[in-house]
Design a protein around this ligand. Structure first.
Ligand SMILES: Cc1ncc(COP(=O)(O)O)c(C=O)c1O
Length: 371
């Protein structure tokens, strides 16, 4: 009996063929296939400017670095996110400020956010966790009034929309991740989106050793090397063509689980935020029986996944003085961590796979209440 994985990318000979074609051209560092990839992303999500990056962690770091902020400038991040969000802020030498999330959206709680804002707040990073988002109009209103920039962490949300706009294209910057488990993948990889040409140019220079062109050896600014590769672009261009089908399948998976598990009172599904057309990167359920259910399903060869660990509890941040609000009240983040299970959500799941997962969840609850 083979295991049902929590997530696997949809890759086949279409990607292999394109890589083969690109490798034969013998120019593997960022070139024409990458330009095509950036253009395809722009068209797909109606973004003005796109820079491909080695990964979105580096992209987020670059967004913060090109703003020339000072060491005590503050950047607000949600307390429940993958650690890359806050690490980019720390690596950029800025002060992360933790803000609690909303129990329903799993994204920034905007009421609590306003209490985190000070004169030193320069950037807010809303993370569109699992493809959902907060009230982006309200967030924009808050930021406009206080002259704060928005960097959308859309790592997990390519294809999701807020009021008909793609997530990642609403703020001053946005970023998507193409890591192996994301909605579409290039292995490692990221896209940095912006509306402003000046930011776009700076982002290109920053990833290219501080110069606007390759092959030039006089550098007028200090940069780094976060360039893309043609192999990543070769995969990405095929993956982008598959995106609509993947989105459709994610919707089917979410609705199928929801419909078939609706009678189990111990399981909760959370609705998407108002005005958000969410692509369910993962289908999540919430239950007090998290640990036991994960163990039971694992025994049945069904792989699931826990939520990200709340930042305030991360061992690596213990007593870290650079982080503000580390000792704050983050009951909601902890509750979500304690209850959330990501069910298998891959494109290639069959109806038989889904039925097996659902049957085993039902069996778990029958067994639990009989024992
Ligand atoms: C919310 C979030 N932010 C940032 C990242 C970092 O992206 P990358 O892996 O492309 O560096 C990820 C995923 O890996 C993520 O889930």
């Amino acid at each position: 009996m083979s295991q049902i994985n929590q997530i696997t990318p949809w890759l086949n000979n279409q990607e292999s063929k394109n890589i083969y074609k690109i490798v034969q051209k013998t120019y593997l560092t960022e070139n024409k296939e990458t330009l095509k990839f950036e253009k395809n992303i722009r068209n797909k999500i109606k973004a003005k400017f796109v820079n491909s990056y080695s990964n979105w962690t580096c992209g987020l770091y670059a967004c913060l670095k090109i703003l020339n902020l000072k060491g005590d400038d503050e950047v607000i991040v949600p307390n429940l996110t993958f650690i890359a969000t806050i690490n980019s802020v720390i690596m950029a030498g800025l002060r992360p400020v933790l803000c609690e999330i909303d129990e329903n959206s799993l994204c920034l709680d905007l009421k609590k956010l306003t209490k985190c804002i000070t004169k030193k707040t320069k950037v807010i990073i809303p993370v569109h966790l699992y493809g959902n988002c907060c009230d982006m109009d309200e967030l924009k209103k808050i930021c406009k009034k206080k002259k704060i920039l928005i960097i959308e962490d859309a790592a997990q949300s390519i294809g999701s929309k807020y009021k008909n706009k793609f997530l990642g294209t609403i703020g001053d910057f946005g970023g998507i991740s193409f890591y192996g488990n994301k909605i579409i993948t290039t292995g490692e990889g990221g896209a940095v989106i912006t509306k402003r040409q000046s930011f776009h140019k700076k982002l290109y220079k920053f990833k290219n050793h501080g110069r606007s062109k390759k092959g030039v050896f006089k550098h007028d600014s200090i940069g780094f090397n976060f360039m893309f590769t043609e192999m990543q672009a070769a995969i990405g261009n095929v993956q982008l063509k598959k995106l609509d089908k993947i989105i459709k399948k994610k919707k089917y998976i979410y609705e199928y689980y929801k419909k078939n598990l609706k009678n189990i009172n111990q399981i909760i599904f959370k609705d998407s935020s108002k005005n958000c057309l969410q692509v369910h990167w993962f289908t999540n359920i919430f239950t007090k029986d998290k640990i036991k259910l994960i163990k039971y399903l694992s025994y049945k060869k069904i792989q699931t996944r826990e939520c990200f660990y709340p930042l305030n509890l991360q061992p690596c941040f213990k007593k870290n003085k650079q982080i503000k609000n580390l000792d704050g009240d983050f009951k909601i983040s902890k509750k979500i961590f304690d209850n959330l299970i990501s069910l298998p959500s891959s494109f290639d799941l069959t109806k038989e796979d889904l039925d097996k997962i659902i049957l085993n969840i039902k069996k778990f609850y029958v067994k639990k209440y009989r024992d």
